[in-house]
Ligand binder design. Sequence first.
Ligand code: AMP
Length: 627
Amino acid sequence: MGIKTIVEDNIDILVVGAGLGGTGAAYEARYWGRNKKIIIAEKANINRSGAVAQGLYAINCYMGTRFGENNPEDHVRYARMDLMGLVREDLLFDMARHVDSAVHKFEEWGLPLMKDPKREAIGAYMREGRWQIMIHGESYKPIVAEAATKQADKVYNRIMVTHLLMDDKKKNRVAGAVGFNVRTGNYHVFKSKTTIVGAGGASNIFKPRSVGEGMGRVWYAPWSSGSAYGLLIEAGAKMTQMENRIVLARFKDGYGPVGAYFLHLKTYTQNGYGNEYESKWFPALSKMVGKEYLDTEGQHLSHKPIPTCLRNHAFISEVNAGRGPIHMVTMEAFKDPHLEEVGWENFLGMTVGQAVLWAATDVDPKYENPELTTSEPYVMGSHATGCGAWCSGPEDISPDEYFWGYNRMTTVDGLFGAGDTVGGTPHAFSSGSFTEGRLAAKAACKYIDDGKAEGIVVSNKQIAERKEQIYKPLENYTIGRNEITAGTVSPSYILPMSGLQRLQKIMDEYCGGVTVSYVTNDKLLNIGLKKLSILEEDLEHIGAEDLHQLMRGWELRHRHRTSECVTQHTLFRKETRWPGYYYRGDAMKLDDKNWHVLTVSHRNRITGKYTLEKAPCYHLVGEEDEK
Ligand code: AMP
């Protein structure tokens, strides 16, 4: 195969990954950087990439300030409570104060937002819940992609970015990225003054419940390979809250979302015997996490939503007590033909697989209450969890420890994040991720205009070494294949799928996956770390049969690096902060005295050693005015 090297030079803003975060970045970069060169590198095709690829039926983060609904402060309080106290309030507030304008743009670009007939006079949107508005969003991504494409100088589709480039002159400064075209095989070098990573979080690092032919059916996008973290950790960026993996309550096997059902259709859950179970688990749980987060005697249950992880805890405990499966009671709501229609449309607009699965397995939610399950854990930063990079906040509200000059810049100079990449900012969802991209791009333009990106040097040596490294799996396969006559097991190489399954087994058994009911401890985590480091040695010998497998190989590397960081963080935080997401069996209580902090890790780029520290968790928004 003749591999061509294609160099795109003198880029000002390189956007790596064009999901909602990346598209927001490219769009906004043009506003602040009229004459700047803006380039997008996307693994799939921008029109159907990222977590919103197959559409959404709701925008889960919309304040509605213009309709007198919520203020940004309200959203910070909500996300803080949902995450058991630990969020980056500066970043969250900053996103929340700008998110509505992003949503209004989506409408302007043609996304149909449903209107509330009862508030027609003021043009208010149809609410699904307090924060969520309902949309006809099958084409959400192509609509947003068009706006970003128009502003970029060029969109490179089908480019798997494998590594970030570093400045060879100034330490700790980014210089662009490299990768390959998954169709042509060409080697792509992007030399850039700033890089905004909007790549995906990580699905498929914990063994999924779906196996065999169903393996690709997971909650988050299966193509979200942890590149948001793998790329950054390798470049030496500090990470935060990586232990905060998320477990989702979902319709069984199709992973259909529950938000519209709970919030809009007002369905509820019951155990296999038709009984309410949640409240039974809450008194004991309240002792574990403290009354601040779950006050079963006081006001809490009546006026605040129960944190997502605690609802999971009741679910998991009830199933473990032998009273599963848990059902969603749909039969009452589905008697209303309008609600029945909404229930089905909800899936047809964003999780068509769930509708197909129900049809194929003869489940009609009008006549039977479908099963729910809790998913395997995912590592991401925009749903009810806040994994990601330790980023600078905005200059007007961030305390000193949270601010180093440029909004959403990681601890590597010139390297910015958006969406799943940014840590400590849960509940951003699609609209919040797009907003974060906009904020990052504005700051990146300022960084360039301030002269911070002058004099970057990328040696030919760095470019050549990366090239050799990237294509090595093809060579491993070509040579190693001669040693076997048939089959997939070779003495000289390991296939990406085998490596992935080994990774998933380690994470599942040692880091708190489904087969151990989400429980781990220091002993298990230490063994897990040892196994991950041995796996890393073997990953040098990945064999890739073709370009598709080469991509799978590099996705695996990103997933592995993410997993290692998650395990390190989980070991560091000696408490159970989010029961229902994971449990430290050796520290089964929430410990606000010692652990009301954010965790921050740094991996040394040369030695591979991790350093972990506690960072203060500042509460910038007060409790008063609570609605
Ligand atoms: P989902 O459809 O589960 O991804 O959730 C969509 C939105 O609804 C998110 O903002 C969730 O946090 C929220 N949500 C889902 N279930 C509940 C629930 N039982 N109570 C409150 N909020 C929920």
